[in-house]
Design a protein around this ligand. Structure first.
Ligand SMILES: [Zn+2]
Ligand SMILES: [Zn+2]
Length: 264
């Protein structure tokens, strides 16, 4: 049995045995909310968890009695014997950590991609309405805490990114000569914001990574290259050399080799 199915079985057992206490201990209000939420977080179809729980219902104290007319499979009996040795508290702590790890993995996967469309669109809106201003921080900005349990991506402010594009005069910071195109809305060259120290590593820093000092302006080609390209060391080095002093001003202390590691 693979790890994810084992983890789902454990959660199914927990929900079957402890029902409402389990649902609220995991921060859900209703059973269906828990089923849906947990399945999404673990990337499994909803009915898998439900069926698994039904199987455990025959063995646990559940009043549902799930598949009462069918004897449980051997596999379920073996798992039940193992899981039922653990206390409610032990199971709660373990399952919370399973879900947190799943959230973390999802967040990394999402944030690995080029800054998402929704964010770029929001930055475009600000840029097009001309409210980007030249701003650089001369002291650290406190990191914003992620508010919601389901927020997989750290908060990023489109105004900050628009300022960063303005700082670069809407040129690509890898090379100002890189060809880009003119926006139809306001006649400015089109570039995209990129967080040099990726925001998915925010938890490694006490200070905010979502500051102008850490956002570079890149042409579409360089932006895709920095996310998806093989051997981006040279490109990264160039950006880092230009930025290391202003990064320090914003309290973002990082060496080149450390930065390079974050892109591996
Ligand atoms: Zn990017
Ligand atoms: Zn470029």
């Amino acid at each position: 049995m693979d790890k994810i199915n084992r983890e789902l079985s454990l959660i199914a057992y927990y929900l079957s045995e402890y029902n409402e206490s389990a649902i609220s201990a995991l921060g859900y209000r209703t059973c269906s909310e828990a089923m849906r939420g947990i399945s999404v977080r673990l990337g499994k179809p909803n009915n898998y968890l439900k069926l698994r729980r039904d199987e455990f219902d025959v063995l646990t104290n559940s009043s549902r009695r799930g598949w009462a007319n069918r004897p449980p499979t051997k596999e379920v009996v073996v798992l039940f014997d193992e899981f039922s040795l653990k206390s409610f508290e032990e199971l709660t702590a373990h399952i919370r950590s399973i879900l947190q790890n799943a959230d973390e993995a999802y967040k990394n996967k999402v944030a690995d991609a080029v800054e998402d469309k929704e964010y770029i669109e929001a930055v475009n809106k600000v840029t097009e309405s001309d409210s980007g201003t030249k701003v650089l921080r001369d002291k650290p900005v406190a990191a914003k805490k992620v508010q919601s349990r389901t927020a997989h991506v750290y908060a990023r402010d489109p105004v900050v990114a628009a300022n960063a594009l303005c700082n670069a005069d809407y040129k690509c910071e890898v090379c100002a000569e890189h060809e880009t195109f003119i926006r139809k809305s306001n006649g400015k060259p089109y570039t995209e914001p990129h967080h040099l120290v990726p925001v998915r590593y925010q938890s490694l820093f006490d200070v905010s990574l979502d500051v102008e000092n850490n956002i570079v302006s890149l042409c579409s080609n360089c932006h895709n290259r920095i996310h998806y390209g093989a051997d981006v060391s040279e490109l990264l080095h160039k950006l880092y050399d230009n930025r290391k002093d202003v990064l320090k001003k914003a309290g973002i202390e990082i060496s080149f080799s450390e930065l390079e590691q974050l892109y591996k």
